[in-house]
Design a binder for this molecule. Structure first.
Ligand code: NAD
Length: 370
């Protein structure tokens, strides 16, 4: 009863949920041919029960058509009872990090969702694949392109699928921007301006620890702007020039505070991007085209994103990005198709990220090498 009350309240209290309901009623942007897989639910083990898992992913299971939460992995014993009570997970489906590999014999788990600090993504993706599970891994994929390649190889060797948590690629406004770009109805994109940042709090958190985070604002939120430029153009950047500024050398002793970077694409598109951990309000992209513009502001939020082109505002039903992303991956698994947000896609972001850091370090423009 309690759980029902919780779920219902949770469902009704969010504007996103209203959008989901509307989307269902209208048939929605995401309506697709019916597959045999449509009604099947895959079991998910959630690894790392921090903010994202607690506040976004766990509630998203209530809205998911193809995924159910069947197991949890946590290093914090107090969370075991809380999660078990709230989501009805029994003791034999609760793991800690040393028992993680026992997931291999847990038939309730089809896929593992890795929601840990960035440096741990590679290890737990590889261990999950070795345990015979498909893997959905949060962004950024890993701390280095070398780790990304190891993750891809491990999943291939185990014949398991790998997807990265690029939720925006399931957000209707982003999809509409991509469609508008590809249709050329506003002509070719010439220049893109994109950025995502926020003012980070607690100076002791792992996001400010280089070993755990791999980098600062760029690794955490800059990747959204980077990726938007990649999917808006459908191209990979070839040359990158970047600059960093640090106004708080104590807080940002280990990681980047604010970066701007310029990317050149094969067709001649130029993208200038920024990211920061030291101010709020940067959350947008604007693609200037031959005949107008395609923009989102805010662009990368969980809800309330707004899209506009030079023809006017584009209003679409919202979706729960996490539920939609999980369902899309589950369908790929059930229908044996690769995910559009594959490990290779995550690797491409890391190659560009590495070029950005190298450009800052060397003070030169850097070629992105695949
Ligand atoms: P968080 O700090 O809230 O949670 C991290 C979890 O990892 C905690 O439960 C913590 O106990 C656990 N953990 C295990 N070992 C740890 C260690 N050595 N140090 C610190 N924590 C450890 O972080 P979060 O915001 O939930 O982010 C987790 C991942 O999700 C990150 O990779 C982040 O980039 C990604 N993320 C993605 C989105 C998105 O919109 N897709 C949003 C937020 C975070």
């Amino acid at each position: 009863m309690n759980q029902l009350n919780f779920n219902r309240r949770d469902f009704l209290n969010t504007s996103v949920s209203a959008g989901v309901a509307a989307g269902v009623a209208h048939g929605g942007f995401f309506s697709s041919p019916t597959h045999a897989s449509e009604n099947k639910k895959l079991g998910v083990a959630l690894v790392g029960l921090g903010n994202l898992s607690a506040n976004q992913i766990a509630p998203a299971f209530q809205k998911s058509a193809n995924c159910k939460l069947t197991a949890i992995v946590t290093g914090t014993p107090e969370k075991e009872k809380v999660w078990s009570d709230k989501y009805g997970i029994s003791r034999d489906h609760i793991y800690n990090y040393s028992r993680f590999d026992k997931l291999a014999s847990d038939d309730s788990v089809d896929l593992v969702y890795v929601v840990l600090p960035n440096s741990m993504h590679a290890e737990y993706t590889i261990r999950a694949a070795k345990a015979g599970k498909h893997v959905l891994c949060e962004k950024p994929m890993a701390n280095s392109s070398a780790d990304c390649r190891d993750m891809i190889s491990a999943c291939k060797a185990a014949s398991r699928k790998l997807a990265i948590g690029y939720r925006c690629q399931y957000e209707p406004h982003h999809l509409n921007c991509i469609e508008t770009s590809r249709s050329k109805e506003l002509g070719e994109i010439k220049v893109i301006e994109a950025g995502f940042g926020f003012k980070i709090g607690d100076p002791k958190q792992w996001r400010l620890n280089k070993k755990l985070a791999g980098g600062g604002a760029l690794m955490d939120v800059g990747v959204y702007a980077l990726q938007a430029c990649r999917y808006l153009t459908g191209e990979e950047p070839t040359i990158i020039t970047a600059q960093e500024t640090k106004t708080d050398a104590v807080k940002f002793a280990q990681v980047d505070e604010s970066i701007t970077w310029l990317m050149q694409f094969p067709s001649g598109v130029l993208a200038y991007c920024s990211t920061s951990y030291n101010f709020n309000g940067l959350n947008r992209f604007n693609a200037f085209t031959e005949k107008g513009f395609i923009r989102m502001d805010p662009a990368f939020s969980y809800n309330g994103n707004r899209m506009e082109t030079s023809k006017g505002q584009v209003e679409l039903d919202a979706v729960d990005q996490f539920a939609t992303e999980m369902d899309a991956f589950a369908k790929c698994i059930l229908e044996n198709r690769p995910s559009k947000v594959s490990g290779e896609e995550g690797l491409k972001d890391l190659l560009a990220v590495e070029a950005i850091y190298k450009s800052i370090e060397t003070g030169t423009s850097v070629k992105v090498v695949a």
